[in-house]
Design a binder for this molecule. Structure first.
Ligand code: IPM
Ligand code: MG
Length: 361
């Protein structure tokens, strides 16, 4: 089959990691007999520099026309002086909203080969770590009314959720739980926030449709604590845009490094958006230091969710496991233990490509 992929390298280390993710997609295509056509789309700081806009209309149109979108990272100090609505990050929010990708799946899995990179004591993660954060992505405080008072002395950002926004996100959460260990924890701040109380009410009303899923609720502050106390208790966490942003960074670190976590953002129709959860790390951009595995694993999610190519997705994931088991480490996941070999971005990508080609279908 022939597939079209929109690539958004973006800023900082984005181009470094997208180059390697593209190479793994090409290798997978060679092995499985698919061809990918890639179109490079400007978005973020690079687009601001070239056109004055973080998300030019032509970029959104190119993404909508593709089968899936793979994004590196956006933002950096060069654009920090810009007003909120003109920043690179606003382009990313515009893209998420424009594609209607309201459900952001962020799996946090600990690769056994990386257990030494986990900052928690070994007995805390003895049973491994494999959880999925389902983050609402196109609503809440990220998109609510915000502003400054006339005198500039106060500012506000508002969290608004409609029942239908909550319901469609929780549907993804319940369905995901059915395919996993059948436990769904809705994380909120229902002791304070009215919007959180609507999340709880909606979840309880939906629970009867998924009788096999064990539904629980947790306050976000407790969840942040439980994630380091006993992360093995979680299966699927469903939560709002901002809580999901924060908790997924925390969960990623438990797996060893934020450089390992991939994500898929899905809507009801149209192309999905795939991105590593890490940022643009401008301090190491272009230096062959970035860990490309989160972007490579995002490419695997792209194959799985948008193109329905499960065997191809697994081939990439197996290749990543094999490279890690051979001891190769970018600096973010290196511990200095015997048997480790430090590798740069390009070497890591090339090793994954080699493993895909060697293991075949
Ligand atoms: C993420 C990032 C983004 C977010 C930023 C870059 C806007 O932190 O994808 O987690 O907050 O959603
Ligand atoms: Mg984040």
């Amino acid at each position: 089959m022939k597939y079209s992929i929109a690539l958004i390298p973006g800023d900082g280390i984005g181009p470094d990691v997208i180059r390697e993710a593209q190479a793994t997609l090409e290798a997978t295509g060679t092995v499985f007999g698919h061809s990918f056509s890639f179109v490079s789309v400007p978005m973020g700081g690079v687009a601001i520099d070239a056109t004055g806009e973080a998300l030019p209309a032509s970029s959104l149109a190119a993404c909508k026309a593709a089968d899936a979108v793979l994004l590196g990272a956006v933002g950096g100090p060069a654009w920090d002086h810009l007003a909120g609505a003109r920043r690179p990050e606003a382009g990313l929010l515009g893209l998420r909203a424009g594609l209607g990708v309201y459900a952001n799946l962020r799996p946090a899995r600990m690769f056994p080969a990386l257990s030494a990179a986990c900052p928690l004591r070994p007995e805390i993660v003895a049973s491994g770590l494999d959880l999925l954060i389902v983050r609402e992505l196109t609503g809440g405080i990220y998109f609510g009314d915000r502003g400054r008072s006339a005198d500039g002395e106060s500012a506000w950002d508002t969290e608004t959720y409609s029942r239908s926004e909550i319901r469609r996100l929780l549907t993804v959460g319940f369905d995901a739980a059915m395919k996993r260990k059948r436990r769904l924890c809705v994380v909120d701040k229902a002791n304070i926030l009215e919007s959180s109380r609507l999340w709880r009410e909606t979840a309880k009303a939906m629970a009867a449709n998924w009788p096999k899923v064990e539904l629980s609720f947790m306050y976000v502050d407790n969840c942040a604590m439980q994630l380091v106390r006993n992360p093995g208790q979680f299966d699927v966490i469903a939560t709002s845009n901002m809580f999901g942003d924060i908790l997924s960074d925390e969960a990623s670190m438990i797996t060893g490094s934020i450089g390992m976590l991939a994500s898929a953002s899905l809507g009801d129709s149209g192309p999905g958006l795939y991105e590593p959860i890490h940022g643009s790390a401008p301090d190491i951009a272009g230096q062959d230091k970035a860990n490309p595995l989160a972007a490579i694993l995002s490419a695997a999610m792209l194959l799985r969710y948008s193109l329905k190519l499960e065997a191809e997705a697994s081939a990439i994931e197996r290749a990543v496991v094999s490279v890690l088991e051979q001891g190769y480490r970018t600096s973010d996941i290196a511990t200095g233990a015997a048997g480790e070999t430090l590798a740069g971005t390009r070497t890591m990508g090339a090793l994954v490509v080699k493993a895909i080609k060697e293991s075949g279908k």
